[in-house]
Design a protein around this ligand. Structure first.
Ligand code: DX5
Ligand code: ZN
Length: 224
């Protein structure tokens, strides 16, 4: 099932609840929350208190993407705050297997994120214990960037890997997805399509999510 996953990074934080409700009316069932620490990436965003507030404001699946150093110090707090899934960067984890175990033990789905330049081959073994993989299609830190084309080849490789291993592993993609490349992204094998500026820089997030769901369903129908 392909999901359009709006990222609130590009939302108007003064009108957050209303913007989320609009995306939900368009058919979104998940919400992507970007956590940045000013160290792993050159930007700072939100922490557990915001996740806790959002948990009270919506029933959507809260998908937390941690772009932080030493994520093992934070994962449990984000799950307690209400995250349904938490992803950590391969590049930020000295003991990735252990951190994934901590997320799962705390009660959320555990995801691994790869920066654009990190090859899919590093996932060969750890995919067995990950609940999903997030492929960054921009260098993390900011919304509104252009999708890096070679990441689509990484999605195809990961799609082949999960088929070989007979894993029902969702592939998430994050960054630079718009109506003009969405069908191709879905055809490459991606299932959870994060989209920030396309949804929240629009005056009508509901209409964009609805339109993107239709385009994605068309792309999914012709992939094998
Ligand atoms: C970037 C974030 C993304 C961002 C995507 O580091 O991880 O989730 O919100 O925004 P767009 O869709 O505008 O590229
Ligand atoms: Zn993200």
């Amino acid at each position: 099932m392909v999901e359009i996953v709006p990222s609130i990074l590009s939302a108007d934080f003064a009108r957050l609840a209303g913007q989320i409700a609009s995306a939900e009316r368009g058919g979104a069932s998940m919400l992507h929350l970007d956590v940045m620490d000013g160290h792993f990436v050159p930007n700072i965003t939100i922490g557990p208190p915001v996740v806790e507030s959002l948990r009270k404001a919506t029933r959507l699946h809260l998908d937390v993407h941690l772009m932080i150093e030493s994520p093992e110090r934070w994962v449990e707090r984000f799950v307690r705050a209400g995250a349904n899934s938490v992803s950590v960067h391969y590049e930020a984890c000295r003991h990735l297997d252990g951190v994934l175990g901590m997320i799962r033990a705390a009660g959320a789905l555990a995801g691994v994120v790869l920066n654009p330049a990190t090859p899919v081959s590093v996932l060969e073994d750890v995919v067995e214990v990950a609940d999903y993989v997030l492929l960054m299609s921009v260098n993390p830190g900011f919304g509104g960037q252009e999708l890096i084309p070679y990441v689509l080849e990484k999605a195809r490789k990961l799609d082949r890997l999960r088929k070989e291993k007979r894993l029902a592993l969702p592939i998430e993609i994050d960054g630079g997805v718009h109506r003009n490349n969405l069908a191709e992204v879905v055809r490459a094998g991606c299932d959870w399509i994060v989209t920030g500026s396309a949804v929240f820089h629009s005056p009508d997030p509901e209409a964009v999510v609805r339109e993107f769901r239709e385009i994605a369903a068309g792309g999914a129908a012709i992939r094998c």
